[in-house]
Design a protein around this ligand. Sequence first.
Ligand code: ADP
Length: 581
Amino acid sequence: MTIKNNLRIGIGFLFALAFISSALAAFYIYQLSADAKATLRDNYDSLVFSKNIDEALDLPNIPPLVQQQIIEKNILDEEGNITEPGEKKFADTLYANFVAFTKASNDPMKRAICRANMKIADYGIMAVNMKAIKFRNKIANDHARTAIIDVIALDILCLFVALAFFLRFPVYITDPIHKFSAGIREIANKNYKQRILLTSLDEFGDLAQSFNQMAARLYEYDNSSQARIRFEQLRINAIVKNVTDAIIGFEEEGTVVFANPVALKLLGLNESEIIGRFATDVAAENDLLAKLLSEDESAGDLRLYLDGAECYFSRELFEINAPDEGLFNKSRRSRIGYFILLKNITRFYQLDEAKTSFIATISHELKTPIGSLKMSLKMLEDERFGITNPFQKELIKNIDDDSDRLLKITSELLDMGQVETGKMLLNFGSTHPQNIIKYTYETIKVLARQKELKVKITCSKRLPEVWADLDKTTWVLINFLSNAIKYSPSGGVIELSVKKHPSKMIEFSVRDYGPGIEETYLPRVFERYFKVPDPGSNISGTGLGLAIAKDFIEAQGGQIGLESSVDTGSRFYFLLPVSLI
Ligand code: ADP
């Protein structure tokens, strides 16, 4: 039965009891009042008539006619109020004697007899009515007692029902509510096995059924999503295990959580020696892990041995972020760990090596024919072998310029090959910066003059000597200057200066007032084959010069750099250590 109906029945029953109780009380009160009324009407009036007759008979001083009138009126009233058995007989006797009494007005004897008989009949009427009053009073008392008993019984019943309702109803309501709140708490704690056992056929029973269905659905969903997560995890594990790259995962506080087979091979460890341990503890015994954990990005690619073969790996660090569960800012992410990926780049190294040796071979092979080309051009220019007309001279000059450019490119490619294969030979010596400046200026002055550029040189004689490879350093400076010439507008100025740097090294710099380089490209200028994109420009180049310059300077223990901004021009510089000899 529903709670609504239960409430209706409970409260309705109480009302019904209360109603019955009051109706019963009203009935009994009515009955008692009817009894009283009947007594008053039937008996009390008769007693009054009898009393009046009796008094009238006993009054000697009133006129006989008035006495007779009083007696007659009361006898007639009594005759109209006969209610008790035997009362009529007495009333009739009374009347008969009254009639005889009035007729014997001259016979005192007879009148006395009649008067006595009237008195006897009058007392009879009184006795009959007194007896009836007594009897009615007893009945009224019985009725009152029954009424009290019935009403009290009904009130006690009402009290019991109300008490039962009062004690049972809150429990009936709160018991299921407690069960529901406990169940909801369990669901909130992700215990989807929680069920509510309520078999009642009321609203709580329906609610419990719906709750159980919801819990069952949540359990199914949770199970299926867990299965999906487990499946995804297995798939990711399989991928991580089978890749040729090494992957090592860490928790935020530094515990190693996974390392795939390649990583374990490279580290020379087995799972039990690394998983679950603090990375710093393992790194204390393992140089490779220590190197991987160091933040030093400049360490470059790693040359490691895998299955006895030399392999190259690049190191990359990835953060693992999880969305913050914060209530207000769900988009915030927090780092929960990180992993190191050692990308196997051996194949790229092999390709790069093949490319380098190919370029080296080609550029080497090209040098000889270019040399003989230049030799032939020299012979063509020589008038001893024949006179050439101005057009031919122009052609010869163009061919000569082109072969110079070809020679420059081939020698840059050859230098690049040397740098890449690590075959660069450095010929250190103690040289005064002025020598480097002089040698450089001699080489580029014709080029500068052709573009009507003024080269302003600042170099103090008092500067200390530098410890450098003269050829390579001059090569770098020539490269800076030829770029400055290339990018300067005709008739401008180029500043070539040498000075002592605060770091105690010697700084060589070339400043031009050309177009400058956009800030976004600055970090890439020293990369191999990089050229600042400029679709409208017809300036040729390989994009190798500055990359080689960087390698040359760094191989000598120096530093290279530039400052440049669009429209104000560029300043390329390098620092070399002072000679200690
Ligand atoms: P390239 O043979 O192309 O000159 P470099 O390595 O010497 O190669 O220079 C790389 C790139 O840097 C150039 O292509 C050019 O875009 C930019 N660059 C070099 N020097 C200057 C300069 N003085 N002013 C403006 N851009 C320059």
